[in-house]
Ligand binder design. Sequence first.
Ligand SMILES: [Mg+2]
Length: 237
Amino acid sequence: MIPEELLCLGERPLLVICDYDGTLAPIAVHPSRAFPQRGAAQALEALQRHGKHRLVVLTGRRAQEVHGFLGVAGLRVIGLHGLEWPGRPEQPRDRAAIQQIVSRLPQVEGMWLEDKGWTLAVHYRDTPEPLQPKAAALLAAVPLPEGWEAMPGKKVCEYRPVGYGKGWAIGQLALEHPQHHPVFVGDDRTDEEGFAAVLGLGGTAVKVGGGESLAPYRLGNSLEVVELLTLWARGCG
Ligand SMILES: [Mg+2]
């Protein structure tokens, strides 16, 4: 069920900021298989055509991967938790830091690495379930080079340089669009900093799925996200 309040957010046009995995796409067994929810691309296209609302996809992935999945021309995608920002100079990669983190990782069955160039994600989705809490704890405790932080997510721990993150990115977007009412839709622990930021700006936070969250509003799954985006594109909101 879509909370009715989300269809009457006030007079200001919306700045809709949407996570990708688990939000526009159901969580997949492997990141390469995270195909968008049926109707997601059409809903995003419709929202883009809306005269006043603004739309941004904000993801921990490389932006090009999300473009590959969605194929929506002109869609604004901010990647790598804000490190990859269209129109801004490319950030330097700290390969020495990533190598240092890799050398300190614990050995856990089924664990695998996703090196994104600027950040590093360590997945333990394929680790036998009884070992997963231990994997999470070990990954969170890896000693990090100065200026790096760990971000635990859904059966993944991501390491990234400090100073970025979805909360920071939402603050930047709100500065660009001061007339818009910011709304952030996300599903994971990494999105909580985004919820905090959007609430701090007087905006709206929407959590997809279960689990504790700062977000006052809930959607059940990515199907409902697509429904909500479609309704916003039609002028509700
Ligand atoms: Mg997500």
